[in-house]
Design a protein around this ligand. Sequence first.
Ligand code: URA
Length: 300
Amino acid sequence: MAISASDMTPQALAALLSFYADSGVEELCEDAAIDRFEQSAAQSRAKSRPQAAAAPADSGQASGHPAASPQAERPRAAATAAPMTPAPQASQLTIPGEAAFEDARALAAGATTIAELRAALDGFTGCNLRHSAKTLVFADGNPQARVMFIGEAPGREEDIQGAPFVGRAGQLLDRMLGAIGLDRDTAYITNMIPWRPPGNRTPAPHEIELCRPFIERHVALAAPKIVVMLGNVASKSLLGTDKGILSLRGTWMDFQAGEVRIPALPTLHPAYLLRNPAQKRLVWADLLSLQARIEQLDAG
Ligand code: URA
């Protein structure tokens, strides 16, 4: 059900806006651009139209112009996808307490398959991000693949499609995979955080901690031979270091997934590369190192 301001009381609207502000939303805009010039031109046309022509018979036939239905004059954004999560209730919007962290740990630990983990995440209400996101963005690719890629969090396109790395950064990731002979059949792709943070802001530390048991369990259940962390958030939080990605990248480390240690390679995030294309040479070196490791697996 779409949230419409006109259906809400002023108090509910104020609570929702303050929720968005607390969640880090700094700008309010529609999913699709609205042509305000066209809107006001349409209003002026409507005002200057003789009363009779605007009456029920305003099908356009009398004037010889095509009908302008009420829908046609509505901004496009009003017709775009509705949020799938219900409007947040005030009680759901607090900073989570210890119970939410315990809940996350128990739910993640109780999942014995990837499908169960997905269902557990779907039922987890302790993270506020799920209330502003449209979808749960769980994973894409082959869960049996030997290489698992972990990004930061879904963006707008991922939130709409419910799959990770399907926007511009995802297209670049696909090219990066292709450069060393991988694709979504031979790689498994997920994110540290499965819900889009409002306005694509960086996830807050408590959101990362709430999602940590799920991603750690996800890696343990998928049991890849190699994990690649894309960008600062996944690398720093999963490898437990304060070092920035520019000093971490390209160095093989160990990631502890349950009982198992998995070789892990931090590298730059494709979204960063879109903004800093000159840094692609660094990622190319990391990809070659990854390819060499995969060849060792093939040989062994
Ligand atoms: N950036 C990410 O970290 N993950 C996505 O799924 C998309 C963009």
